[in-house]
Ligand binder design. Structure first.
Ligand SMILES: Nc1ncnc2c1ncn2[C@@H]1O[C@H](COP(=O)(O)OP(=O)(O)OP(=O)(O)O)[C@@H](O)[C@H]1O
Ligand SMILES: [Mg+2]
Length: 257
């Protein structure tokens, strides 16, 4: 076989049903390593369900999800960060009473190699691991521009910064694939522009492949290598931003006007 570049993520025939509602209906999607893919579509199209299926939070009734060539369709959710997937949520999920740094550490800890016994006995391995986790978490906070806020309670951050904190926590998992559910929601124009630049740096400097759900079309068109359009649970089109803007089916289904 010629060495065709293997896709990082390959989804085929993915179907998710909630009672009578088909949230996803034989959805197909391929995401190339090192790219930014935007997933767009009307409300209720199945975008969040797609991310939930990739992260193991809902169980598909049919179809396949391959990550790095490995099938993860039925891998338990808690094992998926180690398989290379991290995410942020449409509705923020941070612990507002913990400090900003502690929030990121909840991500970083999973990757540190000490056992419960190391932790109980405070062995050198545990102490080394803690120091390492802390310095990696501070690095991730600095990367999103929140280093100065490390010791503040997370709940005191402005909303836009809380979104960046969630992003830092996901980065702390050192994912191959980062899934962002409406990362710009609630951000002003300036914050959105900075977020776009940050996502590019995540791809270019960290080598992380990004798939994001987003309604802000300026951001989507500016940032994406690929756009996938979902409608009624199916991917009705994929292509570059200019291909998608010209696609008559997409214009009717979504872009409207
Ligand atoms: N846990 C659930 N139980 C029942 N129905 C659900 C559940 N989650 C999603 N649905 C339904 O599945 C469909 C797809 O929902 P989903 O949240 O994936 O859409 P979405 O594209 O993310 O929409 P939005 O743009 O509003 O976030 C909708 O009809 C929704 O009501
Ligand atoms: Mg959604």
């Amino acid at each position: 076989m010629p060495d065709a570049p293997e896709a990082l993520l390959a989804i085929s025939g993915l179907t998710v049903a909630f009672g009578g509602v088909l949230a996803l209906c034989e959805a197909d999607l391929t995401v190339a390593r090192g790219s930014v893919t935007a997933i767009i579509g009307p409300n209720g199209a199945g975008k969040t369900t797609l991310i939930n299926a990739i992260t193991g939070m809902v169980a598909p009734s049919a179809g396949k999800i391959l990550l790095n060539g490995r099938e993860i369709t039925r891998l338990p959710a808690w094992k998926r960060p180690r398989a290379g997937v991290a995410r942020t949520f449409q509705n923020l999920e941070i612990c507002s009473n913990m400090t900003v740094l502690e929030n990121v550490l909840t991500g970083a800890h999973r990757l540190i190699g000490y056992s419960a016994l190391d932790s109980l006995l405070r062995t050198p391995r545990f102490l080394r691991g803690e120091a390492q986790a802390r310095s990696m978490a501070l690095g991730d906070l600095a990367f999103v521009g929140l280093a100065e806020a490390a010791d503040l309670p997370a709940g005191q951050l402005p909303y836009g910064s809380q979104r960046l904190l969630e992003l830092a926590r996901a980065l702390a998992l050192k994912p191959d694939l980062l899934l962002l559910d409406e990362p710009a929601a609630g951000m002003n124009i300036r914050e959105t522009r900075l977020l776009g630049a940050l996502i590019r740096r995540i791809r270019d400097e960290r080598g992380v492949t990004v798939a994001l759900i987003e309604h802000d079309m300026d951001l989507v068109m500016d940032l994406s290598d690929q756009i996938a359009v979902l409608n009624f649970g199916a991917v009705i089109a994929t292509g570059t931003p200019s291909e998608i803007q010209k696609n008559p089916q997409v214009v009717t289904a979504y872009l409207g006007e």
